[in-house]
Ligand binder design. Structure first.
Ligand code: 3SL
Length: 259
């Protein structure tokens, strides 16, 4: 039987990474919710990068630039990581490639991709990703992006929800206390996650930035069915994996983004 375990933050990741083939990266507020939403609403591919400088470089190459730091859009970009913005601007973004950098989420994707296969989880695609994960014959690590390397509640709730479903399937087992704790936290929160998170640091931070609607959206389970997977440095919809080779993708990108 394979293992599913929860790692609370990128700072803890080196303690876990050797034992897992597949990593599910989570940043409920808001990076991975935005990634799932953008791809489901027509964005073709997302290039996750750890730094603003890298995002600027790709933007100069013709990608649509999206950058967030501390909850706000970075100067010089007109997109951040609000999932609702990707819905509102779906017509304009359809078929395009976006380069995205965020405070925690894209950093977690970056470190996970050094060694492992990476897929993207959120509450929005919860059942879709669990149904797919259950079929994978691999040890799975669920990596919360946290906040600047610290534990956060919202990623832990989502990680606990995924671990719970996989363990309940009878195909996975868990050993680590982090996984047990995540399951308990999820089970305490699941009936009203918005209220449960009232005192959480990031919900307070986003409330101060008038982003409560984003928070409610990110805490909505199962409104999406897209599973983003990292392939050759780009996040794509899982069912489209391998549908184009990288040369075809590069030339498609130039014509899409010039159009
Ligand atoms: O940390 C991240 O990657 C972001 O999602 C943070 S925020 O929700 O945009 O504030």
């Amino acid at each position: 039987m394979n293992y599913v375990e929860v790692c609370f933050s990128p700072a803890d990741y080196p303690l876990y990474r050797e034992n897992f083939e597949l990593v599910v990266v989570i940043d409920v507020l808001r990076a991975t919710s935005a990634i799932c939403t953008a791809l489901e609403n027509g964005v073709d591919r997302i290039k996750p990068v750890a730094s603003v400088t890298e995002a600027q470089q790709w933007q100069a190459e013709g990608f649509i630039g999206a950058a967030e730091r501390n909850g706000e859009i970075v100067e010089g970009f007109d997109l951040g990581n609000s999932p609702l913005a990707y819905i509102e601007r779906a017509d304009e973004l359809k078929g395009k490639t976006v380069v995205l950098t965020t405070t925690n989420g894209t950093k977690a994707i970056d470190i996970a991709s050094e060694k492992n296969r990476v897929v993207i989880g959120s509450l929005n695609n919860l059942n879709a990703i669990c149904n797919w994960l259950v079929e994978q014959d691999e040890n799975i690590l669920i990596l919360g992006s946290g906040w600047k390397d610290k534990f956060n509640l919202e990623d832990t709730i989502c990680a606990g929800a995924i671990a719970d479903q996989l363990i309940e399937s009878g195909r996975f087992k868990a050993d680590e206390d982090s996984t047990v704790a995540a399951k308990f936290i999820y089970r305490s929160a699941r009936d009203n996650m918005f209220a449960f998170l009232r005192a959480s640091s990031h919900r307070r931070r986003l409330r101060r930035l008038n982003l409560n609607e984003d928070v409610k959206y990110c805490l909505t389970p199962n409104n999406l069915s897209t599973i983003p997977i990292l392939e050759d440095g780009f996040l794509v919809r899982l069912e489209e994996t391998g549908s184009k080779n990288s040369v075809e993708k590069e030339s498609a990108l130039r014509s899409e983004n010039e159009a």
